[in-house]
Design a protein around this ligand. Structure first.
Ligand code: BES
Ligand code: ZN
Ligand code: ZN
Length: 486
C-alpha cells in the first residue's frame, strides 16, 4: 500500500473516501458531520457505517491506544477492500505519541493487506491502495510534519519485515527446505545495507560437534544448514544475538505426531523466520546495534535412519542428552546453536522458537512466553515491547521443576517426566546450555501460539503472523533510547 501525509486541511485533499474515527462512541467530535444519518441508520459509533453518497466511512474505535489503532486500520481495510475505490483520506489520531500512533495505523493497513494467496487462483482484486493523512489532529494538538513522515516510514519498515517473515512461515514444506532458507538469507544480505551472511553445511556441524542438531536431521532428505547473518552498522552500541528454531517441518520423528497435530508444522520454522525479519527491519531502521541471527535449519522426519528415543547425544557444549521423545527436537537444535552463539560474546542473547504445545495450552494462541534467568531482563523486555502490540507474558523458572528433566543415564533428558509446566521445563533444558557468563543476558521466547493461527485475528491474516519480529524491533528501538544496562 501507499501512504502520504499532505500538509493541508482534510476538506481540500482529493480522495475517493473520507474516513472518520468515532472514538469511544463520541458522536459529537469535530470531524463528525452526519448526525442525521446516524439516527436514521441507528448507528451507535461501534462498528462501521458507510455513507456512499456522502463518500464518508465512520469507524468506531474504543480508544486510541497504539494496538487499537492497528486493529482500527484492519477494520477500515475490511470495510473498503471490496469497494470500487483506490484511496481514502483521514485525519491524524493520537492519545500518546503522534509519530508512533501514525506508525501503528500504517502497520495495521500493511499487515492486514498481506494475506497468503500465492496458491489461490481466484485472488481477490483489491483496488484500494492508498491512505492519505491530512494535517488535522483529533484533539487539536500541534505536530511536526517530519515526525509524521518518520512514523509512516517506520510503520512501513516494521510491517514489511513482519510480512517478509509471514511469507517464509506460510510457504509449504515441500518448497521451503533448509537450503531455501539459506538462499533467502543470502539474498537478504545482498539487498540489505551492512548485512553479511555465512552458511555452514553438515561438515561444519560435524567439526563443531553439533551432534544434537545433526541427530534431528538424520532421516531428512534435505541437509541441515546453520545460517549466520550479521548486521553491523558503523557505530554499534552493543551486540545482540538472535537464535531461531528453523524446523522447516516437524513430523515428530519416530515419536510421530498424530495426523491433526502434524498439520501446520510447516510453521515450526517461525523462530528462524522471525530472526530473518528482524535483520531486515534492523538494517532498514539503521538500528545502532550489531545484530546477529543464528538459524538452525532442518526437518524432523521419520525413516530408517531416524534418531531414536533411547539415544544419548553428546552436544556441542559437552552436555549429554538422553532422547526420550524425538518430537522434543527444537530444544536439541537450539542447544547446539545457543552454544555456538555464545562464542560471539553477546551482550544480549535472545532465542525464538515454536518450542512447546504447552505454551499454547497455558497462554492461549495469541500470547508468547518470555523465559530466562534474570527477573530484571524479563521485566524490562516485557515493558519495552508493550507498544509493539505483540502479547507476551513471563513464565518463571523454579527449582522444583528441575527434577522433571533429570536423566538417570545422561546429564539431562530432552523430555519432562510429567505433564505439567512443559514450556518452563523446555526453557530450563535450554538453560543447561547457557554458560555462567551469559545466564543473565539470555531470554527464551516461546512463540508457539501466535506464530501461526488458523484464522484472521485483529490485523493478522490467516496463518503466520510474523510473531517475534515487531516485538523485538520495538524492543531494540526502545533500547536504543534508554540504553542497555545488562
Ligand atoms: N514444534 C513443536 C511445538 C508446537 C506444537 C509448536 C504446536 C506449535 C504448535 C515441538 O517440537 C514439540 O513437538 N514439542 C512437544 C514437546 C514434548 C514432546 C516434550 C510438545 O509440545 O508436545
Ligand atoms: Zn516436535
Ligand atoms: Zn518442533
Amino acid at each position: 500500500m501507499k501512504f502520504e501525509f499532505i500538509n493541508s486541511e482534510i476538506s481540500s485533499i482529493k480522495a475517493d473516501l473520507l474516513v472518520v474515527l468515532v472514538v469511544d462512541k463520541n458522536m459529537n467530535h469535530k470531524f463528525i458531520q452526519h448526525k442525521k444519518e446516524f439516527e436514521f441508520f441507528g448507528y451507535k459509533g461501534e462498528d462501521v457505517l458507510l455513507l456512499s453518497e456522502q463518500k464518508t466511512l465512520y469507524v468506531g474505535t474504543p480508544n486510541l491506544e497504539y494496538d487499537t489503532l492497528r486493529k482500527t486500520s484492519a477494520k477500515i481495510y475490511n470495510a473498503v477492500k471490496n469497494l470500487n475505490i483506490t484511496s481514502i483520506k483521514m485525519a491524524l489520531y493520537a492519545k500518546h505519541c503522534l509519530k508512533i500512533s501514525t506508525q501503528s495505523l500504517v502497520e495495521g493497513f500493511e499487515l492486514i493487506s498481506h494475506p497468503f494467496e500465492k496458491y489461490k487462483s481466484d485472488k481477490k482484486d483489491v483496488k484500494f491502495q492508498k491512505v492519505i493523512f491530512g494535517a488535522q489532529e483529533y484533539s487539536g494538538r500541534p505536530f511536526k510534519e517530519d515526525k509524521i513522515n518518520e512514523g509512516i516510514r517506520n510503520g512501513i519498515i516494521m510491517a514489511n519485515a513482519t510480512n517478509f517473515t509471514k511469507d517464509i512461515v506460510n510457504e509449504t514444506p515441500e518448497i521451503y527446505t533448509p537450503l531455501k532458507m539459506a538462499q533467502d538469507a543470502q539474498n537478504l544480505a545482498e539487498i540489505c545495507d551492512n548485512v553479511e551472511c555465512k552458511i555452514y553445511d553438515e561438515k561444519f556441524l560435524q567439526k563443531e560437534k553439533m551432534n544434537a542438531f545433526l541427530a534431528v536431521n538424520k532421516s531428512s532428505a534435505h541437509p541441515a544448514r546453520l545460517i549466520h547473518l550479521i548486521y553491523k552498522p558503523e557505530n554499534s552500541l552493543k551486540r545482540v544475538i538472535f537464535v531461531g528454531k528453523g524446523l522447516t517441518y516437524d513430523s515428530g520423528g519416530l515419536s510421530l505426531k498424530p495426523a491433526n497435530y502434524m498439520l501446520t508444522m510447516k510453521s515450526d520454522k517461525s523462530g528462524a523466520a522471525a530472526a530473518l525479519g528482524i535483520i531486515k527491519g534492523a538494517s532498514e531502521l539503521n538500528l545502532p546495534f550489531e545484530i546477529h541471527a543464528i538459524l538452525g535449519a532442518t526437518e524432523n522426519m521419520i525413516g530408517s535412519n531416524s534418531y531414536k528415543p533411547d539415544d544419548i547425544l553428546l552436544s556441542r557444549a559437552g552436555v549429554s542428552i538422553e532422547v526420550q521423545n524425538t518430537d522434543a527436537e527444537g530444544r536439541l537444535v537450539l542447544a547446539d546453536c545457543l552454544s555456538w552463539a555464545q562464542e560471539f560474546k553477546p551482550d544480549l542473547l535472545i532465542d525464538m522458537a515454536t518450542l512447546t504445545g504447552a505454551c499454547i495450552v497455558g497462554l492461549g494462541e495469541y500470547t508468547s512466553g518470555i523465559l530466562g534467568n534474570s527477573a530484571e531482563l524479563k521485566a524490562k523486555f516485557k515493558e519495552l515491547i508493550a507498544k509493539s502490540g505483540e502479547m507476551a507474558t513471563i513464565l518463571d523458572f523454579n527449582e522444583y521443576l528441575q527434577d522433571e528433566i533429570k536423566s538417570q543415564i545422561a546429564d539431562v533428558s530432552n523430555c519432562a517426566k510429567g505433564r505439567y509446566g512443559g514450556s518452563i521445563t523446555a526453557g530450563m533444558f535450554l538453560d543447561k546450555f547457557i554458560q555462567p557468563e551469559f545466564k543473565d543476558k539470555w531470554l527464551h521466547l516461546d512463540i508457539a501460539g501466535p506464530a501461526y493461527v488458523q484464522k484472521e485475528w485483529g490485523y493478522n491474516t490467516f496463518g503466520a503472523s510474523g510473531a517475534g519480529v515487531r516485538m523485538n524491533l520495538y524492543f531494540l528501538c526502545e533500547l536504543a533510547k534508554v540504553g542497555l544496562s545488562c
